[in-house]
Design a protein around this ligand. Structure first.
Ligand SMILES: Nc1ncnc2c1ncn2[C@@H]1O[C@H](COP(=O)(O)OP(=O)(O)OP(=O)(O)O)[C@@H](O)[C@H]1O
Ligand SMILES: [Mg+2]
Length: 164
């Protein structure tokens, strides 16, 4: 079973002038596969990721993750699904300014009610991998763009999601 399957996905942004951002897109991704999407600015890449991650809904078409259509879930289950199955690195990072680098990274575990000892262990491991150990106590406005990006990557990886 594919970890991700898109069937004839179309996304139209309604508005004063409707915009067809994605037109009948279908593809499958297998477990362990890396997929890169390339295209000019404004061609629909972020739109596609927002649809896959259930941040936004397609106008038509189906998206299955691990054989399940997340949009059929009730809102509580959907939040849980997003938090456990998906790791998302936003184009503009979306780090919470009031939290430290460490607190930002462990956020998915905090929301999941994981014990502090587990959080510590995981954050230390990820921080080492991403070379963030020395800035764990800093806040987003005190770090560089690349450090912010690595923090956002750490947050996306820390709960070992099915799809990043
Ligand atoms: N919320 C929205 N409402 C209306 N139109 C939108 C909305 N979000 C994006 N669009 C339009 O949809 C198209 C695709 O946008 P999208 O953000 O997916 O592009 P992108 O490929 O990620 O671009 P970039 O490389 O610049 O990040 C663009 O023409 C954009 O103007
Ligand atoms: Mg984009």
């Amino acid at each position: 079973m594919s970890i991700l399957m898109l069937e004839e996905i179309t996304k139209v942004y309604e508005g004063k002038v409707a915009h067809l951002a994605i037109n009948q897109l279908s593809f499958e991704v297998e477990k362990g596969e890396f997929l890169a999407v390339m295209g000019p600015s404004g061609s629909g890449k972020t739109t596609l990721l927002n649809l896959i991650s259930t941040i936004d809904r397609p106008t038509s078409g189906d998206i299955m993750i691990n054989g399940l259509d997340p949009l059929q879930l009730k809102s509580n289950d959907l939040s849980l699904f997003r938090r456990r199955q998906l790791g998302f690195v936003f184009q503009d990072f979306n780090l919470l300014p009031a939290l430290t680098v460490e607190e930002n990274m462990v956020l998915p575990l905090t929301l999941d009610g994981q014990p502090v000892s587990v959080m510590k262990e995981k954050v230390n491991k990820i921080a080492e991998q991403l070379d963030l150990t020395t800035i764990l106590e800093k806040r987003p406005f005190e770090i560089s763009g690349g450090q912010a990006q690595r923090t956002a990557i750490g947050r996306a990886l820390i709960h070992e999601p099915s799809i990043i």
